[in-house]
Design a protein around this ligand. Structure first.
Ligand code: AMP
Ligand code: GLY
Length: 424
């Protein structure tokens, strides 16, 4: 089967490398892909958000199956449009992708169906939001309703900070229309866990749990980024907690979406906080997480295409989706300065990878046959190991063999998970 993958980051590289292991996969078209993906798939310069361009490409090349991974095209309805052309897809339709596209929708869904989450209140009027902000305890969290490149959640420590955040979102519109509505949310404490699941709207198959490292610098300091590294599985996510999440969160969410006439098919991502009162949802994503995917898919032992086809066809209950008992670690190499200003255009030298190692390229392009940096997060150095220590050591050993001029990485990916293990 010929597969079209829409997107061009590290997550898409991981998806494409996993798909390539399937005997059933023929050609893989990546739109737009990137300089690293070009070694594993045929890349075409069509942006993931260029709906017309993607549809035109699909009409010409007639892929047998499409995988749409980034949030914007899903929320825009790319799956709906492709399926109208009779191209089966992995990914939710727009009316289900709203679970990520509108944080206010997600919050109301959880409140209506009794799914544990932080208390929250939504506002479309600045003065009303401000009045409410004057009445609450701090810290609190202020979130733009719509998509904001993962930067739409601000933790505020005082009314003054809350007022500034509300003003920048609602009046200065730093996130455009995404901030016309905001959510003011109670601040939750506890370890965070990411759980990606496959779901066909009936069955939920959780993948191995993972832990993201969102801050730019060691010890979780510095600005929030798209993610500086991940480990899997997450030691905080014990079998007892997994069972509770399935019962109190995953299945109720699938049922709730069905009840709303918004059946979700694809990868539903649960961002969870394990609080003293039990696990609570802090965010839903309608897609694979990035860089969570870079540690989760290398542990998948089943054929990813089979799983995706079963998700589309509603046959997940017949499938035994298997994951390795190993651990994995992804260390992101970014351009120094990210997530603010950074320079790019530097040549990347890559070592040969061994069994159990992967280098997923996120922000790099080809210049002739040279791979040069072109983004903030440049790549993920990923390794598996029988234990988490081994996976972390191998991922860092691999990362240390990769060179480009202004490479920056955190040095403590996985450290918190290792320290936590004895105490969970
Ligand atoms: P989001 O954009 O919703 O993924 O949020 C980004 C990050 O903000 C999360 O990964 C959490 O670390 C933090 N966060 C979001 N919501 C809350 C909350 N209610 N309480 C504490 N931290 C939160
Ligand atoms: N790593 C978090 C996300 O993909 O949204």
């Amino acid at each position: 089967m010929d597969i079209m993958v829409v997107g061009g980051g590290g997550r898409e590289h991981a998806v494409i490398k996993a798909l390539k292991k399937s005997d059933k996969v023929g050609r893989i078209y990546a739109l737009p892909g990137n300089g690293g993906i070009a070694r594993d798939a045929e890349c075409f310069p069509v942006k993931a958000t260029d709906m017309e361009g993607v549809l035109r490409f699909a009409k010409e090349h007639k892929p047998d199956f499409a995988v749409v991974t980034p949030d914007d095209p899903l929320v825009m309805g790319m799956v709906d449009a492709l399926e109208e052309m009779w191209i089966p897809c992995f990914g939710p339709t727009a009316n289900a992708a709203v679970i990520e596209g509108s944080k206010v929708f997600g919050k109301k869904l959880m409140e209506k169906y009794g799914i544990p989450t932080a208390k929250g209140k939504s506002f479309s009027d600045f003065e009303e939001a401000k009045k409410f902000a004057a009445s609450i305890a701090y810290p609190a969290v202020i979130k733009a309703d719509g998509l904001a490149l993962g930067k739409g959640a601000l933790i505020v420590n005082s009314f003054e900070e809350a007022e500034d955040a509300l003003k920048s979102m609602m009046i200065d519109r730093i996130f455009g229309a995404s901030g016309d509505m905001v959510l003011i949310e109670e601040f939750l404490r506890g370890p965070e866990v990411s759980v990606l699941t496959f779901t066909d709207g009936k069955t939920v198959v959780p993948m191995v749990s993972s832990m993201d490292h969102k801050r730019a610098h060691d010890n979780d300091e510095g600005l929030n980024t798209g993610g500086m590294g991940t480990i899997a599985p997450n030691p905080y996510y014990t079998p007892a907690i997994a069972e509770r999440c399935m019962r109190e969160i995953f299945l109720p969410t699938i049922d709730a979406m069905n009840s709303e006439g918004r059946t979700f098919k694809g990868c539903l991502y649960f961002g969870l906080m394990l609080t003293e009162d039990g696990p609570k949802v802090i965010e839903y994503n309608c897609r694979f997480g990035d860089p969570e995917t870079q540690v989760v898919l290398p542990l998948l032992e089943s054929d990813l295409l089979e799983v995706m086809l079963a998700t589309h066809d509603g046959r997940l209950c017949d499938l035994d989706v298997r994951f390795s008992a190993d651990s994995a670690c992804c260390v992101v190499l970014a351009s120094e300065g990210y997530p603010l200003k950074y320079k790019s255009g530097f040549e990347i030298s890559l070592p040969k990878t061994q069994e159990g190692e992967e280098i997923y390229i996120a922000g790099a392009k080809l210049e002739g046959d040279k791979l040069v940096t072109s983004g903030g997060r440049v790549l993920g150095a990923v390794a598996r190991g029988e234990t988490l220590e081994q996976a972390i050591d191998r991922a860092y050993a691999l990362a240390n063999k990769i060179h480009f001029e202004n490479a920056y990485k955190r040095n403590d990916i996985g450290a918190r998970a290792l320290a936590a293990r004895g105490n969970v």
